[in-house]
Design a protein around this ligand. Sequence first.
Ligand SMILES: [Cu+2]
Length: 114
Amino acid sequence: MKPSGIVFSLLALLSLPSCGGKKEMIQEGVMKITVTQEGFEPSEIRVKPDQSFTLEFTRTTDKTCITGVIFPKMGANYELPLNQTVQIPIQVKAGEEIEFNCPMNMYSGKVVGK
Ligand SMILES: [Cu+2]
């Protein structure tokens, strides 16, 4: 195959239709948070402001009271079943901090837009 043929094939691959049709390229990331006996790890997550992120919580222990996570600012709370990943979409403004905590407010963490 001539080099131009290779380039053409690559272009053809890149221009394959995607399911969403015209889609804005939003850079999305997944930030993993593990719930251990120490609490939320990490407990501070820094993300780029004004971008959509997914927090992926995985509770790996039954020895704490963290059976769920509450985001008071967002008015949202989620169950965290043992050994299952729970995905929570989030977006933070520059300089903003969104805190989250366990149902009894003993363990906490925050997402910071920086
Ligand atoms: Cu608690």
